[in-house]
Design a protein around this ligand. Sequence first.
Ligand code: SF4
Length: 375
Amino acid sequence: MAFIKKTDDTIEKLRILANDSKYDLACACATRADEHRRRSASNKWIYPVITPGGGRTYLFKTLLSNKCVNDCIYCPLRAVSNTPRCSLTPEALAKAFLSYVALGKVSGLFLSSAVDAGPDASMERINRTALLLRRQQFRGYIHLKIIPGASEAAIRQSLALASAVSLNIEAPGENNFKRLCTSKDYTRDVLRPIRLISSLTAPGTGLQRVKHTTQFVVGAAQETDREIIDYSWKLYKEMQLDRVYFSAYQRVGGLEAQEDSRPGNGDLLTREHRLYQVDFLIRKYGFKAQEIPLDAHGNLSLKVDPKEAWARKHPEFFPVNVNTADKFRLLRVPGVGQVLADRIIQFRQNTKIRAMRDIGPANKLLQKAGNYIVF
Ligand code: SF4
């Protein structure tokens, strides 16, 4: 039976609640795959993030409560877990957060919660915290988690207060979702509110400023990468989500005893990384979901990054002439990213590129690109 932590010490509760928030990576500010798990060295609930403009800032990230009635099998906080439980009041959290803002240690808040008394009871506390902050004239970034099954009224209130919201989809499709959780209904509790948020934040609604993101847990259901990639594509194209995040399922208790033959945590972290690379190829490099190379089981290679895997499957596309290729073709070259493609285009306006050293100092990426280009 779970031990209910009884303490009024906000810092002690924050230590527990912030630690339990580390599985949620769906922060709309984060832009690089490698930053999702990093925390500030000095404080457990402060997370450094890179803003879309390239600057660095810090977010205060925590749960309001880790008491949960649900049974998501991948989650260390599910009802049957024997883990220390506690909650903070909206007032206590708002006060703690504002004290960090006043010290200049954070510029925004990422707030989530487990579900201890129904979706709208949790939403009420999340929204109340945001309301207290806005009433205290806090105008900065607030990311609110939308609890699966939240009512339209609760979602509307979150959107009025937040800079960004996210509801974690967790699995691609109902069949996969059912393997993870029986206490939530995929269509009613997950897809319906995601669709609602998409329509309420569409261009012209007045709420398009609110970023909308979601997250898959990777490797806990028997889902394939193909399913996650296809679902992500739909979320971007049909529901206009701003970002899709991926969180490798980490076996810390529960599923692991019965599943020795399944990939270990290290492989799942590599899989998570590969999915972020695919996400980048789709959002920034013009790849379509159907172009991503997969093995016979519908999974990405753990050994070769997806852009290089695509290049190896398409010898007819190469070599690319760096003096004449347009940006679309340059971006298909393994090792060539947005910055290097722009540098090549700028350099060749004045003079012909004759050798690798003309486009940058020798490094691994340029070495890789050298196998696919001519001058
Ligand atoms: S509802 Fe959230 S906190 Fe509760 S078990 Fe599921 S994932 Fe964990």
